[in-house]
Design a protein around this ligand. Structure first.
Ligand SMILES: NC(=O)c1ccc[n+]([C@@H]2O[C@H](COP(=O)([O-])OP(=O)(O)OC[C@H]3O[C@@H](n4cnc5c(N)ncnc54)[C@H](OP(=O)(O)O)[C@@H]3O)[C@@H](O)[C@H]2O)c1
Length: 256
């Protein structure tokens, strides 16, 4: 990226965040003189890891609120770097682009793919995963996040190890242990966790990325099935990037 030293920022990038990629993009732009960066977080996590640059926390109030923010704060570029399962905000970002005309990039890391030795089963939703789970195992490591935990609350015969950043606050399955932790996780730790809790099935979203992938390797090594929740649909017709580098190229390619 090129810019004259000492120049005032003439671009304001709004990063819709909540992911490692969002933070890495803010870090990459931190010292760039042409860019003012604001990262927006939903406010779901009580002590989020804050990126450099400005941050704002909390919903915008739907499409109109987001569009109003973009116009009001003279945003020149939007990067939707939200989690692949954060469906609503991504559709809101696409609608806001249509209203404001401010170019918007979807930055989404690629999903995971099974390799030799993996025993993966797929579900299209958390509800489908809950329905498919009981025959697969009786001691489940559930890593789909605390927000959808109520979906598994009726499973009284399954024992769950639930890992989440903050404690669950809604209905939960009756037999569970909660492990409060935040990635990245190492393969050694994931192996130990599966063995210690005698886990016989892993449930995960297809989040992609390396920070939480070691659990998949540990499951393969342990010979246990993995129930993978497929990604929801995303808005069509937007430019897409799968890495921070591609996102930087997209920003740099805009002569505006
Ligand atoms: N879903 C997951 O599995 C998951 C996993 C890891 C991290 N996250 C992160 O957690 C956040 C919430 O996820 P979600 O699945 O609840 O999202 P969602 O269902 O797509 O969004 C629900 C509402 O939350 C607000 N929101 C979401 N992301 C926001 C952001 N970055 N900045 C400001 N407001 C935001 C928006 O409220 P308004 O309509 O009021 O603007 C949105 O309509 C996302 O930012 C995502 O990146 C999600």
């Amino acid at each position: 990226m090129s810019a004259e030293p000492g120049r005032e920022p003439d671009r304001h990038v709004l990063i819709l965040g909540g992911t490692t990629e969002a933070r890495r993009l803010a870090e990459a732009l931190e010292h760039h003189p042409s860019y003012q960066v604001t990262t927006s977080l939903a406010g779901r996590v009580s002590a989020p890891a804050l990126p450099p640059g400005d941050t704002r926390i909390g919903g915008f109030g739907g499409i109109a609120g987001l569009a109003g923010w973009i116009i009001g704060f003279e945003v020149t570029h939007v990067v939707d770097a939200t989690h692949p399962f954060a469906e609503r905000i991504s559709f809101n970002a696409a609608e806001a682009e249509a209203l404001t005309g401010v170019p918007t990039l979807a930055l989404r890391r690629p999903g995971w793919t099974p390799g030799p030795g993996d025993d993966w089963r797929f579900a299209d939703s958390l509800e489908e995963a809950a329905a498919a789970l009981p025959p697969l195992g009786g001691r489940a490591f559930l890593t789909t996040g605390r927000m959808g935990l109520h979906t598994f609350a009726h499973l009284t015969d399954t024992w769950f190890l639930v890992r989440s950043v903050d404690p669950p606050d809604g209905p939960v399955p009756p037999r569970l242990e909660v492990l409060l932790d935040r990635g990245p996780f190492t393969l050694a730790d994931e192996r130990e966790l599966l063995a210690r809790h005698r886990i016989d099935v892993l449930v995960t979203k297809d989040s992609g990325g390396s920070a939480t992938a070691p659990k998949l390797t540990a499951a393969r090594e342990a010979g246990i099935p993995v129930l993978v929740v497929r990604r929801p649909a995303v808005p069509q017709g937007q430019p897409q990037a799968t890495s921070v580098l591609e996102a930087l190229r997209w920003l740099d390619a805009d002569p505006a």
